[in-house]
Write a protein that binds this ligand. Structure first.
Ligand SMILES: CC(C)(COP(=O)(O)OP(=O)(O)OC[C@H]1O[C@@H](n2cnc3c(N)ncnc32)[C@H](O)[C@@H]1OP(=O)(O)O)[C@@H](O)C(=O)NCCC(=O)NCCS
Length: 139
């Protein structure tokens, strides 16, 4: 499998025994929550305001995650609507501390930017973002 990651490394964490399912592998919901956290960081950085997850498309669990794996989540803004953003998210593991990187999951999350009252509010144009928020946004 290709070692090519897509997007920017947004979070890294270690899978712990408390996160296992009855078969001893890591619970899919834990991996999903790590992806949601990373996507939320990416979306709030692009929107420069509070965001919420509104939908999840095409979640694929490609390979299992094991206790002790280092999970890295990569994110990329792939589309900006009026108040929403679609974020491509991939999770990769490194096994046995120094093992090869392996892609374990992939999905597209959609987030909506909210104003102070909790109502959808426009995502600013990329050109109006401050320098510190720019990073590598293409949209
Ligand atoms: C997100 C939320 C505020 C949107 O409210 P809403 O009244 O549907 O708002 P709008 O109709 O103005 O839609 C806002 C944007 O969300 C998109 N959207 C709304 N519902 C959607 C859905 N089910 N799937 C995909 N996109 C959706 C709209 O297309 C729109 O995008 P655009 O502005 O870029 O065109 C509301 O659905 C909500 O609060 N959901 C719960 C979010 C949450 O708690 N997430 C955490 C889960 S535990």
């Amino acid at each position: 499998m290709s070692q090519e990651t897509r997007g920017r490394l947004t979070t890294r964490t270690m899978a712990m025994p408390a996160d296992t399912n009855p078969s001893g592998d890591i619970f899919g919901g834990w991996v999903l929550s790590q992806m949601d956290i990373a996507a939320g960081i990416c979306a709030s950085q692009r929107a420069q305001q509070r965001v919420v997850t509104v939908s999840l498309e095409g979640m694929s669990f490609i390979r299992p995650v094991k206790v002790g794996d280092i999970l890295g989540v990569y994110t990329e803004v792939i589309e900006v609507g009026k108040t929403s953003m679609r974020i491509h998210v991939e999770a990769w593991v490194r096994r046995g501390q120094i093992g090869l990187r392996e892609k374990v999951t992939e999905a597209v999350f959609k987030f909506v930017a909210l104003d102070a009252e909790g109502y959808p509010t426009p995502v600013p144009a990329k050109s109006s973002l401050p320098d510190y928020a720019m990073e590598e946004f293409t949209v």
